[in-house]
Design a protein around this ligand. Sequence first.
Ligand SMILES: Nc1ncnc2c1ncn2[C@@H]1O[C@H](COP(=O)(O)OP(=O)(O)OP(=O)(O)O)[C@@H](O)[C@H]1O
Length: 230
Amino acid sequence: MLEIKNLRKAYGRHVVLHDVSLTLRPGTIHGLVGANGAGKTTLLNCLYGLETEMAGTVQSSTGGAVREITGLLPYEPYFYPRLTGREYLEFCLQARGRPLVDFAGWNRLLELPLDQYADEYSAGMRKKPALLAQLAQDFSYLILDEPFNGLDLEANLLLKELLRRLRDRGTGILLTSHLLGALTETADEITVLFAGRVQRHYIASEFGTLETDLLNSLHSEKLGLMDGLV
Ligand SMILES: Nc1ncnc2c1ncn2[C@@H]1O[C@H](COP(=O)(O)OP(=O)(O)OP(=O)(O)O)[C@@H](O)[C@H]1O
């Protein structure tokens, strides 16, 4: 289990996360939603250990460093210029001291031009090698920042099925998405972050009210404006 307790993170005077607690259990898909700037990416970075200056605790129940057993898919994966997709994947594994694997099977699924320069991939394609680099390492936990962003319909459907299968095999997955449907269709629990605070935690049986709750709480003023227009 990965556990965040009473996390507070500030950039200068700007407090981005206030007393946030969240648990990621094995064999669970945990969705994280919130408006732009709510603090989702910051929370993922704190959990993974990319941010160090913060108050509160981030712990793995096994006692080791979270990143030893966790893969991170960043919001915007970075590719070194003039590395092909295949070289990027090999680099990711070697950087972690992992044995190289044959990507052919995975790539029949993802259909990437692995011999093309990765920084020339289309926006939608760029998530795929970054995701593949994490999947090939067989982590206990995955932290995925907007994994559905930019993927085409087929890749979206495949990713949802893949996440469910990984969850059923015991992987704990924390993911953000602005696509509420993608989360309610896959997640076992969802945490709503509002202005750096946990607004509410939902279990699957409560997802039915999530959209209305979000509309009412986040946009009540805008709903009032809409009433005057439509
Ligand atoms: N390195 C940084 N330095 C200063 N402020 C930052 C930094 N990173 C993030 N912030 C600020 O922290 C707040 C939360 O940003 P964050 O990227 O975590 O939000 P988010 O919920 O992931 O948003 P989005 O949905 O747009 O990706 C924002 O106000 C952002 O401007």
